[in-house]
Design a binder for this molecule. Structure first.
Ligand code: ATP
Ligand code: LTN
Length: 332
């Protein structure tokens, strides 16, 4: 608890242009916690370097991700917004937790298996220990709730196991965090291969709708989205493409699947795809405008980063000192 409030923590990597998967599965839900919880939202640049990045792009995307947080409704006065590498406690606790995490546990992580297959020339140790740094992010702030997409569930379970193990050895040290997954939107699929998750690092840019895509691009991408040989807009087993489009439409319009089925009864996929594209483009328009305004004001973004890092460091250091004392480090 911080100031009598439960704590929320989440992070997004500045590893590419953010997608509507990142938006619907994660960022859009962040602001709902701002009033009742103490919220930390971090741009996790240390995680991003587990895959090779172009330095100038990483720097630009770090600003962009922060600007998107704000453009998606996170008020820096109500939320602690900061950059991971600005708070060294993450790296310090990350190292310590490595020593309380088993090789076998990390070997079972599906994201590690997927990413090492995708980047076979760079299966580095950081990619392997990615989940212990993520556990450090969360546990540093005594986090109660972690809003994430379904793909991060396994990492969160590991963070819980690490916290429980550490508490078992040294007595209560960490709060054991709970995941929070949106009822709808926690798993947005690729438009080209609807059984796969939409991912910002997908090479096929037509499979992915970016938050900052123009309206024309958004309409075009939905028009080309893979569906099936049926013609009915109904949510059903085996209709992954349509199910995904219905989920996206529902997220942007607030309509239920029943309402959507009725709305498009007797109409074809063409009409439906156009409506999904319109709803998505209209829903994202205010975010795009606010983003452009913020990116033109680097000084403001830097001030947010600075204040956020100072605030986050204060709480992170408290936990870190406690951990160091418990494990037997000396202090001067
Ligand atoms: P990468 O493709 O580089 O692995 P990513 O698109 O998975 O990145 P992250 O920065 O790892 O993005 O994720 C940020 C947040 O967005 C996480 O909470 C993650 O669960 C969520 N998220 C990512 N993709 C989706 C998706 N397709 N549907 C729902 N949530 C998603
Ligand atoms: N691993 C996450 C990003 C991330 C995160 C976190 C999410 C890093 N640290 C802490 C929640 C809490 C991802 O790839 N989406």
């Amino acid at each position: 608890m911080i100031d009598d409030k439960k704590v929320v923590f989440s992070g997004v990597q500045p590893s590419g242009n953010l997608t509507i998967g990142n938006y619907l599965g994660a960022i859009r839900n962040f602001s709902e916690f701002s009033d009742l919880y103490k919220c930390f939202y971090c741009v996790v640049d240390m995680h991003a370097i587990t895959v090779r990045q172009v330095p100038a792009e990483l720097r630009r995307r770090t600003y962009e991700t922060l600007a998107l947080y704000i453009a998606c409704g996170l008020d820096p006065k109500k939320n602690t917004l900061y950059v991971q590498s600005h708070v060294p406690a993450h790296a310090e606790l990350g190292w310590i937790l490595n020593c309380y995490t088993m090789f076998g546990e990390l070997s079972r992580m599906t994201q590690f298996k997927d990413k090492s297959a995708k980047h076979a020339d760079n299966v580095n140790a950081g990619l392997f220990t990615y989940p212990t740094l993520m556990a450090a992010d969360i546990l540093l702030y005594q986090t109660d709730l972690v809003p994430v997409g379904v793909d991060q569930k396994q990492h969160l379970e590991l963070a819980r196991d690490i916290a429980t193990r550490f508490n078992g050895v040294y007595g209560d040290t960490f709060v054991v965090p709970e995941p929070y997954m949106a009822k709808s939107g926690a798993k947005i699929a690729s438009l080209a291969e609807p059984t796969k998750k939409m991912s910002k690092s997908d090479e096929n840019t037509n499979a992915v709708v970016y938050i900052l895509d123009s309206k024309d691009d958004i309409l075009r991408k939905f028009k080309r989205a893979v569906t099936d040989s049926d013609t009915r807009v109904v949510f059903a087993e085996g209709k992954d493409g349509i199910n995904n489009l219905m989920t996206i439409y529902s997220c942007f319009t607030g309509k239920t699947f029943d309402e959507i089925e009725r709305e498009f009864d007797g109409k074809g996929y063409g009409d439906f795809k156009l409506a999904v594209g319109e709803a998505c483009a209209d829903g994202l328009a205010p975010v795009r405008e606010e983003f452009a305004r913020l990116m033109a004001d680097k000084a403001y973004l830097e001030e947010v980063m600075k204040n956020g890092a100072a605030e986050a460091s204060y709480y992170a250091r408290k936990t870190l000192s406690k951990v160091k004392r418990k494990i037997g480090y000396t202090s001067l």
